[in-house]
Ligand binder design. Structure first.
Ligand SMILES: C[S@@+](CC[C@H](N)C(=O)[O-])C[C@H]1O[C@@H](n2cnc3c(N)ncnc32)[C@H](O)[C@@H]1O
Length: 272
């Protein structure tokens, strides 16, 4: 039985408040199936029971779980490939040249899902920039979802997941077999710090980054939230740094202080 409009509305408001995610009224069935998944993992008996708990002011953790369940975690290694080619051929060399006296490089992957994106960056650094091995290199990867962060820290991926985008040569070089799965080797895992960060809530203290990747997450937010997230990112990115969005995302119409910077087939953004 589909969710009643009033229930859908209640969930929609709660998810918008907690995660900035804007659910559309055509997503009733999706929302229902995600609520079912929450019911199954929380020991409740039905969506009705879950809704009653939520309406009675359920624990903040339960509300968080519902908001997290509404997110889409689709990701893969070397997703959309071109931006990673550009990172290797132009962006990292430019940052490395600008930081050669400091010998410091810092990257933030916001909305990192199950970790394939920050691991892709770590692989690129390890594979193509051995000269940075003794620099102070930091990769911070953040996401809203505790479950995705736990998966990322473990760095264990199925055969299907590694087949999506990861060249075999890099798989055998940077991963170990773990039963039928593959685990990222420790040196690469140690390059990344995974932390919880909800982009639409007050942020914890963050350093200033040379490169920020915030891909395929904008789609969830309304324009006001997007604008405030980008203005906030601007305060955490070096004035000669770079930002990368997802392939179908743009800053057009948001009036935020970044300019386009094209490298071959990819668009990066730089503070202006
Ligand atoms: C589609 S995945 C994108 C993963 C990766 N960046 C990529 O492009 O392959 C979107 C991620 O955004 C996260 N997310 C959604 N709302 C968020 C929020 N308010 N704050 C932080 N992360 C959020 C989800 O948990 C999910 O892991």
């Amino acid at each position: 039985m589909p969710l009643a409009p009033a229930e859908f509305d209640f969930v929609r408001r709660m998810v918008a408040e907690r995660a900035g995610i804007v659910l559309s009224s055509t997503q009733g069935y999706l929302v229902e199936s995600k609520l079912n998944a929450v019911v199954q993992t929380t020991g409740l008996h039905s969506i009705e029971e879950l809704m009653t708990d939520l309406r009675r002011g359920a624990s903040s953790r339960l509300r968080e779980r519902v908001a997290e369940a509404m997110t889409i975690n689709e990701t893969s290694f070397f997703r959309d490939i071109h931006p990673f080619d550009a990172l290797r051929s132009a962006i990292i060399p430019a940052i490395a040249a600008a930081r050669k006296s400091e010998r410091k490089l810092s990257i933030w992957c916001a909305a990192s899902s199950s970790g394939q994106e920050p691991y892709t960056m770590a692989i690129i650094l390890a594979e193509h920039f051995p000269e940075l091995a003794d620099w102070n290199v930091k990769i911070l990867a953040t996401d809203l979802s505790d479950e995705m962060l736990a998966r990322s820290r473990e760095g264990i991926y199925t055969q299907f997941e590694v087949n999506r985008g990861l060249p075999v040569r890099l798989l055998v070089k940077y991963f170990d077999r773990k039963g039928t799965d593959w685990q990222v080797r420790e040196p690469l895992r140690k390059m990344i710090e995974f932390r919880k960060l909800n982009l639409t809530m007050p942020w914890p203290a963050l350093p200033i980054f040379d490169f920020v990747s915030i891909r395929n997450v904008l789609i969830y937010f309304d324009n006001a939230s997007k604008r405030s997230i980008f203005e906030h990112i601007r305060t955490h990115i070096r004035s000669d740094g770079y930002m990368l969005l997802g392939g179908s995302e743009t800053l057009l119409g948001l009036n935020v202080p970044f300019g386009r910077h094209e490298v071959d087939k990819s668009v990066f953004y730089r503070p202006v």
